[in-house]
Each structure stands twice: as structure tokens, then as C-alpha cells.
Design a binder for this molecule. Sequence first.
Ligand SMILES: [Zn+2]
Length: 289
Amino acid sequence: MQDQPAPKKVEIPLFPRGKRIAVTTSWDDGLVFDRRIVEAFNAWGLKGTFNLNSRSLTRTGKPAPMEGKGHLDACEVADLYAGHEVAIHMATHPQPLLLTPIQLAAEVLEDRQALEDLVGYPVRGMAYPFGRYNRAFIDLLRAMGIVYSRTTETTPNCFPVDEPLAWPATMHMFANSPAPLPQRWETYYGNPRQNGLFFVWGHSYEFDRADCWDRLETLLAPLAGKPDVWYCTNIELWDYHAARQRLVVGANRRTAFNPSALAVTVNVDGQLVDVPPGQVVALAPPASA
Ligand SMILES: [Zn+2]
């Protein structure tokens, strides 16, 4: 094995298969208008994370009427959001900074358990109600196994961040500064050196309140269908990030070991190689090199 030259350069790209950009979205409160977002996203291939208040869901056993403009029924959550992510938004949409630590814990735990009962997988993501949080709440969430929590803050470089439990997005869907959608996306995507996350958040009911459902397609459809973009939910992004961080590349660059449960892509002298979960893979320069 030592007869072969070692690769000159081994890098671990930010995203699977070396995709240049990741696109994710986040939608709060679980009103019936989420159906229109999901329907459009399923057609376009976009992914959403939907942050729900479990105590606000109706429990009638049949889908909530659209004309009621209210919350979804618990019975429709699993099917509606299949292929997307359901995350917590606390059980009753409280203002977090007005609660005691034990009330915060109860709100988080109740929401997590109730949503897990509906969707059938561990729920580990969150968005802060009213965007309010502090250091003590972050510490509590980490102890409760919450992986990330989205704020209402925005920044051009929103991934990776040092504190996933104080996670800003790129922009609110109706933000105008420095540019609105879809121009903001076109500038971001059009820069060939861009390598990062484009993260849009909002509420589906904002389209209804502003009576502008035509804007759903105008603003968001341009994000879809790009071959060099990874379309992921919020938790898929952080799970891949964790797997990527755990990948071990030998000091001699000849092998890589992936101790996690997700395949991780490495770039070996310009060639993409997937390291399967649990395996050691020999890294060699491409045959043509
Ligand atoms: Zn909310």
C-alpha cells in the first residue's frame, strides 16, 4: 500500500457529494396554509422544516377546514409533512423569556413527545417562539437533546455557526434588504465561488394575510432544480455536519474512517469519494493523476 503515492490533497466538503450550496427552509406555527407550501415544495423538490405547537393542533380526527384559517389537525401531521421535517416550537407558543426553567423544560418536553407520537421519529429540531432565547435556555435545550434552534435573526453566512442553538437564517421570505427574493438568491447562486447555506424562513399564513399566494412561486420556485444544490431539511443539514466533523482522515492521507451512520463525501485530489458509514476506505490519487 505504501508503494502507491498518497493523495496530495484530501478535503471534506461542507455538503454531500460536494454540492456547492445547500438550501433549506423553516416555517412556523403549523396553520392550514402549510398545505400549500408542502404541495408546492413537493412539486419543485424543495424541503421544509415545520415548527409546530402541539397543543395548538386541533384533535378532531379529521383535517382542519381551510376556510377556518386555523391550526392543522393532529391527524394530518404525519402524512402532510412526510419527506420534510417536523420540529418543535414549544407546546403553547409561549414567550420563553417569561417562563421559569421548569416551565421551559415542560413546554419543550411536551411538544417533543406529542410531535414524536404523531410523526414516528425522534424530533430534535426547534425554532424559538417569538425568536426569544438566552444562554440559560440554550443550555437547557442542549441538555434535552435539541440539536439546533432557529432564531429570527439573519446573516449572510448562516452555516456552519458555532452555536446551532442560536441559529440565524439567511433571510425572512419577505425581507427586502439587501435585496428581495428571488434576486437575493440569484446573486448568491450566481457567484461561482459561493459555498454555503441559503436559508429562508417564514410563516405560510403571511401569504394569506398579505393575499399574495402568487408570490410563493415567484419567490421560492427559482431556488429549486439546481444540480449543484443540496435540498435538505434543517436536521439533515446538522446531522450531515456532525457526521462530517467525526470523519477521520489519516495523517498520511491514505485512509479515511467514517465512525458515523451517514456516508460522508471526501474530495481526493479533485475526485469525490463517498466514505460509507462504519468503514475504512483507502484514499488514492485518481488514476489519471
Ligand atoms: Zn411562532
